[in-house]
Design a binder for this molecule. Structure first.
Ligand code: ADP
Length: 326
């Protein structure tokens, strides 16, 4: 493996608040260590089309507080084919890029793993997704900001739910993972969360009606993780209309507003630490790992482990929610 002189950085897949803080941290740590930095635009698409620019320290000035990603992001079908990855590799070499730092979710890290295996290119991944669904890290860049956005929204919905004495199903993101729904429910004082992880075990709606929805309460809010597995908030509202017609039910789908906004202090610090650690890892000769954080310590997680394993939901959180919702 040759010496690394120049790194390329890209953001890929779903955007997440804090990606800019990560771009800044990677860029400045690399420059600090004497490396050249190239910004690759629109994820893997920019590697395939050659949309690549030199990055200096000033290119990442004044971005730590911004949501979204200054490098833009995209989904790139071509990169999923061997022909597309060959073009990407040729462009990388033409630009003199020796290693890649990829900030993204499960799909983006899968792409990095395949690319690294085919071309012997050192790749480091940073977990950038609001869904928190990557194994081997306690949290991901963007998750805390999205949680706080959910709280803002649910606090507002609570005002109207209480005034009208209604049952609200609020659909949150998560892409088949229940972290946003479950922790969002605990933090917002919601009555229940319906999450894909428990879908096959119990009828979560029936359980909620039986245990949680008390006559003594004049409103109820249930967070539902957006997922084909659960069927989403509309599905449960329909069921209530048919099976429990005595309840006045409404649905709010929070949608893409969960992806935007200024990153919280937590996400900015996390992104800064992970970005710094990505360059430390490369300098140490690490490759093909995701940088994660466990018990507040930086950890290196092999791509295969981060991608293949489902991150488990802590069952104690369910008990906390249930107990506090009486
Ligand atoms: P996320 O990173 O948020 O999970 P996606 O699943 O959409 O987002 O993946 C982002 C991009 O990563 C894809 O558009 C594609 O370019 C690349 N990618 C995903 N899966 C693969 C794969 N199996 N092989 C090669 N590239 C992939």
């Amino acid at each position: 493996m040759g010496k690394i002189n120049c790194i390329g950085i890209l953001t890929s897949g779903g955007d997440a608040p804090g990606m800019n803080a990560a771009i800044r941290a990677v860029t400045r740590s690399a420059i600090y260590n004497g490396l050249q930095v190239k910004g690759i635009y629109r994820g893997y698409k920019g590697l395939v089309t050659g949309e690549i620019k030199d990055f200096k320290s000033q290119n990442v000035s004044n971005i730590i507080q911004l949501g979204g990603t200054i490098l833009k992001t995209a989904r790139c079908k071509e990169f999923t084919t061997p022909e597309g990855r060959q073009i990407a590799y040729d462009n990388m070499k033409k630009e003199g890029i020796d290693a890649l730092v990829v900030i993204g979710g499960d799909g983006s890290l899968t792409g990095a793993r395949i690319f690294a295996a085919e071309y012997d290119v050192p790749c480091i991944g940073l977990p950038g997704t609001i869904d928190n669904d990557l194994y081997g890290t306690d949290t991901t860049i963007g998750y805390d900001t999205a949680l706080n956005t959910i709280l803002d929204a649910v606090d507002k919905i609570r005002d109207t739910a209480t005034s009208h004495e209604r049952l609200f199903f609020v659909e949150v993101m998560g892409r088949d993972a229940g972290f946003l729904a479950l922790n969002g429910a605990i933090a917002s004082g919601s009555e229940a969360a319906i999450i894909p992880e428990f879908n096959t075990e119990v009828d979560q709606l029936e359980e909620f009606i039986k245990n949680g929805f008390r006559k003594s309460k004049n409103s109820s809010i249930v967070l539902v993780a957006e997922s084909e597995i659960t069927g989403g908030a509309m599905h449960f509202a329909e069921r209530v209309k048919n099976e429990y017609p005595q309840y006045d039910v409404r649905v709010t789908i929070l949608g893409h507003l969960q992806r935007g906004g200024r990153p919280t202090a937590h996400d900015r610090i996390l992104a800064s630490r992970l970005g710094y650690a990505a360059i430390e890892a490369l300098m140490e000769g690490q490759r093909n790992v995701m940088i994660g954080i466990e018990h507040d310590q930086i950890v290196y997680v092999p791509f295969t482990k981060a991608i293949k394993n489902d991150k488990p939901i802590d069952r104690e959180l369910v008990n906390v929610l249930r107990t506090l919702a009486i």
